[in-house]
Design a protein around this ligand. Sequence first.
Ligand code: UD1
Length: 422
Amino acid sequence: MDYLEITGPTKLSGSIAIAGAKNAALPLLTLTLLAKNEVTITNLPQVVDIKTLLKLLGNLGATYTRNEGTLKISTLNVNSTTATYDIVKTMRASVLVLGPLLSRFGHCEVSLPGGCAIGQRPIDLHIKALEEMGAHIDIQAGYVKATAPNGLKGAHIIFDKITVTGTANIVMAAALAHGVTTITNAALEPEVVQVCEVLNASGLRIEGIGTSELIIHGNGGELIDMVDFAVIPDRIEAGTYLCAGAITQSTITLTNVRHDHIGAILAKLTQMGFGLDLKPNTVTLSPAKTIKPVSIVTQEFPAFPTDMQAQFLALSIFANGASTIEERLFENRFMHVSELQRLGANIQLHGNTATVYGPTPLNGTDVMATDLRASSALVLAALSANGVTNVHRIYHLDRGYEKLEEKLRALGANIVRKKEGL
Ligand code: UD1
């Protein structure tokens, strides 16, 4: 197992390019299950979650060649419809094969993902929506066994809660369904929007893209002639590096960013006093005169993303005053708090709200990553802590950050990947 040794405090400078969005690439890869042709995808992030999903698609019978960020994939020879526990347990997003497999083959068996470090994360809304589209679903021995022998039928789905992968799954199921599917209370996240845009560009009719009501005109079971496309930039990776610049009071530039995807993040950085200079596809962050405390509530897009909560919590340790951070999406998403306290942070947790009293100097020690974004918060804190911080269990980071230490080193961080026990 690897860990990261980070020596702080550091000043960063320079420019790095943001990778393709992991959370967009995952549904876009499963979308290719609906294609009748080979599809070329560019700007694919080189992270473990993508490798895991490609392994799953390969197990189903998909063939592909990959050259760094470019993938050519064909799913024409897919002959298995089973997503097994060994893969799904390592990555919950594997559940994104459920909609496409069921709509294409009329049956599939997908392991239940179970809970994860940040909460229970059920998939009941995915299942209920598929049932409303005519699927028969049994949960047997930890597997979702779904059948729709005559194909799925268009329906009016009203999601009780906004769900990102749920919306993507149902859009993909509806794409091959017979008739029109309306999704009310759909997720607005850019990752869902791109799935719809690729389908639209491929000749399918979807109305209301980017709104909370999507109307999908199904293809009646026929596979789609899919266009090639480039994955949108990763808004969470961009936000994380902006926080790296902010926490070290540095000037850094990010390229390959979409400003319209990171509005809530930019707004909070501005409120905290940081300078931001926006040029096409580029953002430059500069230091704050004094870092002001912040009040954050995580919500669905376009509001502040839960996937940036941990990083802003780390940043607010250096603010002058008390910041409050309320987590509304996941019940257990404060695992980083106790690790940040080990570095010296003054944080109090009351239910789903953290109050961070700053500024507090941090001192390096050993800390443990617990989930993907919590891990990045520990790396950020380590950049500004005095002395050496060892961040353990970084396989979480490798799931979602492309070349993390390479990019941080390019900005001037003192960060080395080491092997445990050596
Ligand atoms: C996606 C993102 C994840 C992000 C999250 C919220 C991917 C691969 N992952 O996760 O990084 O943190 O959106 O922005 O894109 N819920 C139910 N029943 C369901 C589905 C969801 O109760 O069937 C609940 C969840 O427990 C959670 C809320 O709805 O409280 C939102 O979850 P959801 O949007 O589905 O998250 P994911 O799509 O799993």
